[in-house]
Design a protein around this ligand. Structure first.
Ligand SMILES: [Zn+2]
Length: 161
């Protein structure tokens, strides 16, 4: 709760209505997470926070690119990113997530006056990645995967059988 991080939103004294936040997250952001599948990135995050009487509505827009490793040749693969996510913040006696709602609802204790959204940015970026991540064919129909690496991987598979 004492977190004063770069991605912390303070609710203290926030007026009703909408508030706008913007960040750019890059490779150094994802490097902080050991389990990150994103090795490099240039993602613009735009957050519109709507303060209602009893809750906050947070609308995130992510756009830019993320680099992951190719499923086939393991070389870096740069992917375009364009996604959005919505989250509601309510206040209650117990901290947690509201399981009864379809949307993402988090419940913060009444005394909490700020929220670090870094973890959510990390999750939203990963959720927006496609399930299959491979280099696409170029204009001539040639696969752009690292051919040498594919040969090595094949040898490895043959030798390990
Ligand atoms: Zn590849």
């Amino acid at each position: 709760m004492e977190d004063q991080g770069l991605y912390t939103i303070s609710f203290k004294g926030l007026s009703s209505g909408s508030h706008f936040y913007e960040w750019t997250i890059d490779g150094s952001f994802f490097a902080l997470y050991k389990t990150s599948e994103i090795s490099d990135a240039g993602i613009r995050v735009q957050l519109t926070l709507l303060k209602r009487s009893l809750f906050f509505e947070l609308n995130f827009m992510l756009s830019g690119w993320a680099e992951v490793s190719c499923d086939r040749c393991l070389d870096p693969l740069k992917l375009e990113m364009e996604s959005d996510a919505q989250m509601f913040v309510k206040f209650g006696d117990h901290e947690g997530e509201d399981e009864s709602e379809d949307n993402d609802v988090i419940i913060l204790p009444y005394v909490q006056d700020r929220l670090d959204v870094a973890q959510y940015l990390y999750e939203y970026a990963h959720l927006s990645l496609p399930i299959r991540r491979v280099h696409t064919d170029d204009a001539n129909g040639q696969a752009t995967c690292n051919a040498e690496m594919l040969i090595k991987l094949n040898e490895f598979l043959v030798n390990s059988n």
